[in-house]
Write a protein that binds this ligand. Structure first.
Ligand SMILES: Nc1nc2c(c(=O)[nH]1)N[C@@H](CN(C=O)c1ccc(C(=O)N[C@@H](CCC(=O)O)C(=O)O)cc1)CN2
Length: 288
């Protein structure tokens, strides 16, 4: 059997078209959605992601500003910069590209961003709302994965979802979003013993491990949906995921590629959250 490909690029393009219509409507109502992106230091991968985020904003009419800070910026200087953006009326979304240099606390940075402008969905208020099933900004990567599953008509309710990886930005919120959709969720991580005994039970397997091609067909149940969040380089320096795509394609029912799977949806959901924040602003204005 050869798995059905979940084409993230295609789903992202369709979603962005719909978002562009919403942006046009917002502009007509006098609100141009604005996103501020803060990049600290000179990590090449982070720079590429930030450039892609800005290009994607521009393509659908979202105003985006980039604030570049040197890697020796102090934590206080960064927090002051965020406070300034919190107070700007033309900025509806703020994100600080991660990871940050070691002398800066990610927790403090995330907590300083106004929860109403936290389009990354990392603020504890937004995480709490997600955990209690409320509408809010959801973290972009797991939110994008959820949208891909829905787009493909893959049912989630009653299914066993196994998440490999427990990061705050992907693994943990992924499990919560799938639980909210009535999946039975198992979390696995670096200390899990006999990983394959869990992953082979998964109807939906999400690999967010950070190890090139680690998930081979022995880890996958026949017909399972396999979502690859990995972003690694293989032995030839070629971009690859956490899943051995060629091997697992013969075993899975649905599979995402790397590149062209989860990545484009991550950026799309950032655009979605920014538009949502601008819409919230209009709704608040109309309530006054
Ligand atoms: N503040 C944040 N920091 C980080 C996040 C995040 O959601 N918010 N996630 C990741 C990086 N990331 C977005 O920031 C991201 C990673 C990868 C892609 C992507 O489109 N990948 C492409 C391939 C890109 C390439 O060729 O190198 C793909 O999969 O097709 C988008 C966003 C960590 N930091």
């Amino acid at each position: 059997m050869t798995a059905n490909l979940i084409d993230g690029k295609k789903i992202a393009a369709e979603t962005r078209k719909n978002l562009q219509i919403e942006v046009n409507q917002l502009v007509e109502a006098g609100v141009k959605p604005g996103l501020a992106v803060i990049l600290v230091g000179d990590n090449q991968a982070s720079r590429t992601y930030v450039t892609n985020k800005q290009k994607s904003c521009k393509a659908i009419g979202i105003e985006s500003i980039l604030i570049e800070l040197p890697d020796y910026v102090t934590e206080n200087e960064l927090l002051n910069q965020i406070e300034e953006l919190n107070n700007r009326d033309d900025i509806h979304g703020i994100l600080v590209q991660l990871p940050l240099p070691k002398h800066i606390s990610e927790t403090k940075v995330i907590e300083t961003i106004s929860s109403e402008k936290d389009v990354d969905g990392f603020h504890p208020v937004n995480i709490g709302k997600m955990m209690t099933g409320q509408d809010t900004f959801f973290p972009c990567t797991p939110f994008g994965i959820l949208e891909m599953l829905k787009y493909e008509g893959i049912s989630i309710s009653g299914k066993h979802a196994v998440i490999v990886g427990r990061s705050n930005i992907v693994g943990k919120p992924m499990g919560q979003l799938l639980l909210n959709e009535n999946a039975t969720v198992t979390y696995c991580h670096s200390k899990t013993k006999d990983l394959a005994s869990y992953t082979r039970e998964a109807d939906i397997l999400v690999a967010a491990i950070g190890k090139a091609k680690m998930i081979t067909s022995e880890y996958v149940k026949e017909g399972a949906t396999v979502i690859d969040v990995g972003m690694n380089r293989d032995e030839n320096g070629k971009l690859c995921g956490d899943v051995d795509f060629a091997d697992v394609s013969d075993q899975a029912g649905f599979i995402t590629p790397v590149p062209g799977g989860v990545g484009p949806m991550t950026i799309t959901m950032l655009l979605y959250n920014t538009v949502k924040s601008a819409k919230n602003k209009i709704n608040h204005r109309n309530l006054k």
